[in-house]
Design a binder for this molecule. Structure first.
Ligand code: SF4
Length: 685
């Protein structure tokens, strides 16, 4: 009796799935996880979780977990010891570096991993390999947000907290379906809308939130820039701007105003497919609300004009003075648990830890002094450029820490060609993912339940992730794996320890200056954290990081995918997510959630289904210029005729075989949301 009491414990940690960053209380008995509850005193989730966070933890000890390093021999991945794997990698990397130079090697980091692990990953690539070829999955999700908000405000992160929904009078949700993708935040928005408060949803799909919204602007995919220009037009034309804010805190307004007033609204109405009077009403509701918040998701960023759209959302906040106080602001809904942190820690080519310019020789000197070694300041590759460089023969080695690029990046066949062209592909993973199957070496990492560190959620909140159980036998924390290889390649790096690494990070990342493991408490701190430990709930209260907020005007441009292929492939498919699964489904498909949702489906409008003699449940062949997939039809009027939608949770379909690698003109985020396709009824596979 007393023995079993001693063996029980509860550990407070943070969910590994989405960027809401819910706190979880994990009950453990005799080394086994029994249940997950949500603490009521958690500022982020106040006793709530979704069915991913509460139930989807059993993946951590699933029989599919990789339990030993694997090395490819005679075409097959065969078990090896850690020593053998490290020797093999170190020899190969050293030879490639000597023969082709450090820029023939690249790394992609993971939003699943802790800040400390991401920090180590970029340190390994920059200080040990000697290249800026480091990137992370922010490239394929919110890189346009970071760039766009940096251009407008000087800081590329959410301006406010989710809790501010309590204090706002209007929410504008653009290109996001928080009910499924950020469920705890989505529930707060739904409650807000159900109280009859002004809710504006801009989305090609009639999502659940859109059904409760005051205004649903159901635009054609890829026309955000046109629609936001219409909103800006009505705000200026009806003179409902915040003139004091514009005069005191912004720059570039006069020119911006003239450009907006020169727009042809009827033409934009036809481009977007949204009634102009509805847009006018929504724009005035946003502008006249005493406090209005905007939220945006991947329906904004994953477009060729993604960065421009983010800057237009900033324009809306600036023109109406909705910035710098409670209940307002521009709030990207970050997809992955620690994608904010991966970018904060420097896992992108152009900015090192703390967003310092990696190409600036002066800053380079600071990094060199700090890391006590030569640090490169030559231009590094972004993820799509890495794939191109591999296919062209210029990139020889790629290190992937927990990123399944084959299933999640667009144009699967091209990604596979890139993987197959490498001399060395190292993959750190929990499971043998679609990407790991192409690796030369697979290293078994550990899940969030088996290690400590910090995650930074979508509202800049740095929270402690605490080890709940020991790593499964044969596996190691991803941070320790990086440390081991750094040492093996001659750089003395102490063993992975979150507290010590946080101390190091606080010395190089300006907005982590006062972050200390022991002082983060149960609810974490929102960066910037000053040296005295005080944190920041609201950004830009007195001034912007760049001085004044800057207006930017953009003309709508048709998606290149439609310009090139729209005639031959007349349907548009856009991607979405379902509540039960997380992204590639690598974790949630290995839990009971797979019984709730067993496959990807194709949303198709009844009129389109009828035209092609498709019944609900029939298999449909969806073909794009890049490939074809078979999906089960789900007939619904949630989408308009001519528009289709599907998830990409299951490798059996591999939806990204058809998606396009056209990308955002500024940040190179792929345009997953506009894919030109044709459809026909098929017999299926
Ligand atoms: Fe919270 Fe997101 Fe985890 Fe669900 S998936 S419990 S909303 S952090």
């Amino acid at each position: 009796e007393s023995k079993s009491v001693v063996a029980q414990k509860k550990v407070r940690t943070v969910c590994t799935y989405c960027g809401v960053g819910c706190n979880l209380e994990v009950a453990v008995k005799n080394g086994k996880i029994k249940s997950i509850q949500a603490p009521y005193d958690a500022e982020v989730n106040q006793g709530h979780t979704c069915l991913k966070g509460r139930f989807a933890f059993s993946f951590y000890n699933h029989p599919d977990r990789i339990r030993t390093p694997l090395i490819r021999k005679n075409g097959n991945l065969e078990p090896a010891s850690w020593e053998e794997a490290y020797d093999y990698i170190a020899q190969k990397l050293t030879a490639i570096k000597q023969h082709y130079g450090p820029d023939a090697i690249a790394g992609i980091s993971s939003a699943r991993c802790s800040n400390e692990e991401n920090y180590l990953m970029q340190k390994f690539i920059r200080a040990v390999i000697g290249t800026n070829n480091i990137d992370c999955c922010a490239r394929v999700c919110h890189s346009p947000t970071a760039l766009g908000m940096q251009n407008a405000f000087g800081t590329g992160a959410a301006t406010n907290s989710i809790d501010d929904i309590k204090y706002t009078d209007c929410i504008l949700v653009i290109g996001a379906n928080p009910t499924d993708a950020h469920p705890v935040t989505g529930a707060k928005m739904k409650q807000f809308a159900m109280k009859g408060k002004t809710t504006i949803v801009v989305d090609p799909r009639r999502t659940e939130l859109a059904r409760y919204a005051t205004y649903h602007l159901q635009l054609k995919p890829g026309t955000n820039v046109a629609l936001l220009n219409m909103m800006l037009y009505y705000i200026i034309q009806e003179n409902v701007m915040d003139k004091d804010f514009i005069a005191g805190r912004t720059e570039g307004f006069e020119e911006f105003k003239n450009q907006i007033l020169g727009l042809d609204i009827d033409q934009l109405e036809s481009v977007t497919g949204v009634d102009k009077d509805l847009v006018r009403q929504a724009a005035l509701a946003y502008a006249k609300a005493p406090n209005a918040m905007s939220f945006h998701g991947l329906g904004v960023t994953e477009h060729t004009q993604g960065t421009f759209t983010v800057m237009q959302i900033a324009d809306l906040a600036l023109i109406t003075g909705n910035i710098g106080r409670k209940g307002v602001g521009v709030n990207p809904l970050r997809g992955q648990n620690n994608v904010q942190g991966a970018a904060d820690m420097g896992c992108q080519p152009h900015q090192g830890a703390g967003y310092l310019n990696a190409y600036d020789p002066e800053i380079n000197k600071q990094y060199e002094e700090f890391y006590k070694t030569k640090i490169p300041f030559s231009k590094g590759l972004k993820i799509p450029e890495m794939f191109d460089a591999s296919i062209e023969g210029n990139l020889k080695a790629l290190w992937l820490m927990g990123e399944d690029v084959v299933q999640t990046d667009p144009n699967t066949n091209k990604v596979i060609a890139a993987m197959e062209s490498l001399d060395l592909l190292v993959v750190q993973e929990l499971f043998l993912t679609e990407t790991a199957k192409y690796a030369h070496v697979v290293l078994p990492g550990a899940s969030f339940l088996e290690k400590s560190g910090t995650f930074t959620n979508g509202e800049r909140r740095i929270q402690r992730v605490k080890k709940v159980v020991e790593p499964l036998e044969g596996t190691k924390s991803d941070g320790q794996i990086i440390v081991d290889i750094m040492n093996r390649m001659g750089y003395a790096q102490p063993d992975y320890d979150a507290e010590t690494l946080l101390e190091e990070i606080s010395q190089i990342v300006p907005f982590f200056r006062g972050v200390k493991w022991q002082e983060l408490g149960d609810n974490g701190k929102q960066w910037p954290v000053a040296a005295d430990g005080s944190d920041t709930k609201i950004l830009h209260a007195e001034a912007f990081n760049r001085g004044k907020g800057k207006f930017h005007y953009f003309d709508f441009q048709e998606s290149q995918e439609l310009v090139k292929h729209g005639k031959e492939y007349p349907y548009i498919i856009t991607t979405n997510r379902e509540l039960e699964h997380y992204n590639a489904g690598t974790m949630t498909r290995r839990t009971k959630n797979v019984e709730l949702l067993t496959e990807d489906a194709l949303m198709i409008h009844p009129a389109d289904a009828e035209r092609h003699f498709i019944q609900d449940g029939d298999m449909v062949c969806v073909e794009s210029p890049r490939g074809k997939v078979d999906l089960k039809a789900k007939i619904t009027d949630e989408i308009k005729p001519g528009i289709l939608s599907s998830t990409f949770h299951f490798p059996e379909v591999m939806l990204n075989q058809i998606t396009s690698d056209e990308h955002d003109s500024e940040a190179m985020c792929p345009e997953y949301k506009v894919v030109a396709v044709n459809i026909r009824k098929s017999k299926g596979k």
